[in-house]
Design a protein around this ligand. Structure first.
Ligand code: AMP
Length: 432
């Protein structure tokens, strides 16, 4: 199909598309470290992993999310050669719910605890902390309406974020059940209609499309109007009140610090009861705390997506890119990056040829090493070991290759031992 835009120059196409980026060097490993740690915490709390496709039918997002939600407004959707409308997933909850329904997970013992991670796509205006391809780590508990599950989700997300070494705060609200929510939207509509002229322009439009969203408006005029807006908490029915009270009690017991915030609404129509967001506690983002993730209970999603009945569920998504920006150095360091204790040096053709076998033996024995097989010469390899601050070198030359031995050299004391390769593992054990 001919493009409407002028052809990009070579200089342009040799750069990653706007709002996307390569994740390299230490950033690559910090992200791996985050995923490792997040999974470790999630598995501990009873979740198991799922990968869903990056492409989904556009309709699961159109039906499941609100038209006014960023995830929908900024969705990358396209028609395939076969005429299907597909989208690069803008969020993770609708795909996981689709998978639960598709695979009949409802017939398994309930609820189902799932975690997932990977890239998500929104055609947003790129700015600091906001990308077109970003990464999320999400949790969902599907198949039960119990308040304790809201608390487990909040607690698990909180513990993952706390590993960043930063102080984290949870902001919390309840939207009650659908009737409460309907009543509340009515009350809000009538309040905002009275103050229509004082609202920001975009919020005046929202009064028709999604009055709840006016509550979390960033417009200074609207913020002023919001100060006296009616709150939902006071008009909750007893069942919803009980649900929220239980969530708070569980969080108190788990010592999760939270603040109640009645302007927190997460505008999606399918949210019911608990909604929450995680923030850094100190002023990070040009004077404002930085939003690291959020979630809530979404008992109405399955039906909105076209399923024949409601499926109670609660979940969250953490913004991995943001978490990594605020994490203390070394907070998320992956096991794969274990600091090598040994630098492997080979000298001569025969030793280089046998080196592969030795490196493999060490790997099987989980002994992390560094090496530079492309280098020859003892001095160059020793200098690299010295530079990397690695405590021991394994020197493997022609003689050692014939004798099936290796020289273990302590880089600090310069003491050396010749060890039979078959005894290397036991020898290394004693070094610790
Ligand atoms: P949401 O799915 O909109 O509730 O977003 C959950 C979290 O994902 C947010 O709190 C952010 O930390 C992160 N996030 C959302 N959109 C982006 C983006 N475009 N770039 C980077 N992080 C994002």
């Amino acid at each position: 199909m001919p493009s409407k835009k002028a052809k990009k120059s070579n200089k342009d196409i040799l750069q990653a598309p706007k709002g996307t980026r390569d994740i390299r060097d230490d950033d690559f490993y910090t992200m791996q470290g985050f995923y490792e740690k997040a999974q470790e915490v999630a598995v501990y709390y009873g979740f198991s992993g799922i990968f869903t496709p990056i492409l989904e039918h556009t309709d699961i997002f159109l039906k499941g999310l609100d038209a006014d939600d960023d995830a929908v407004k900024e969705m990358y959707s396209f028609t395939t050669k076969g005429g299907d409308s597909l989208a690069l997933r803008p969020e993770g909850t609708a795909p996981v719910m689709r998978s639960y329904i598709e695979h009949g997970m409802g017939s398994l013992p309930q609820p189902i605890f799932l975690y997932y991670m990977g890239p998500y796509f929104r055609h947003e205006k790129p700015q600091k902390g906001r990308y077109r391809q970003f990464h999320q780590f999400g949790l969902e508990i599907i198949g039960s309406p119990k308040a304790v599950l809201d608390a487990i989700i909040i607690q698990t997300g909180y513990q993952i974020l706390k590993e960043s070494g930063r102080e984290i705060c949870v902001k919390l609200n309840t939207l009650g059940n659908p009737e409460n929510r309907k009543e509340y939207v009515k009350a809000l509509k009538s309040y905002y209609t009275k103050h229509f002229k004082s609202l920001g322009k975009a919020d005046q439009k929202r009064l028709e499309t999604n009055p709840l969203r006016i509550l979390d408006s960033k417009d200074p005029d609207t913020i002023e109007v919001n100060q006296d807006a009616p709150t939902l908490i006071s008009s909750l029915n007893p069942e919803s009140k009980k649900h929220f009270k239980k969530v708070l009690e569980y969080l108190d017991a788990g010592k999760v610090p939270y603040e109640l915030d009645h302007t927190l609404v997460r505008g999606l129509d399918y949210y019911t009861h608990t909604v929450f967001e995680y923030f850094t506690t100190i002023e990070e983002d040009g004077g404002k705390p930085l939003a690291l993730g959020g979630g809530g209970r979404y008992d109405g999603l399955a039906k909105a997506m076209g399923h024949n009945k409601d499926i109670p569920a609660v979940g969250l998504a953490l913004g991995v890119d943001r978490v990594l920006e605020i994490a203390k150095k070394g907070a998320y360091s992956p096991k794969i990056k274990a600091k090598p204790k040994f630098y492997f040096i080979q000298l001569g053709f025969e030793a280089k040829a046998q080196a592969f076998g030795i490196i493999e033996t060490l790997r099987e024995r989980k002994i992390p090493i560094k090496h530079s097989l492309s280098k020859d010469g003892l001095a160059a390899q020793l200098a690299t070991a010295e530079k990397l601050n690695i405590p021991y070198t394994l020197i493997f030359g022609q003689k050692e290759a014939i004798d099936k031995t290796v020289i273990v050299r302590n880089m600090e004391t310069r003491k050396q031992d010749t060890v039979k390769i078959e005894n290397l593992k036991d020898y290394i054990k004693k070094l610790k």
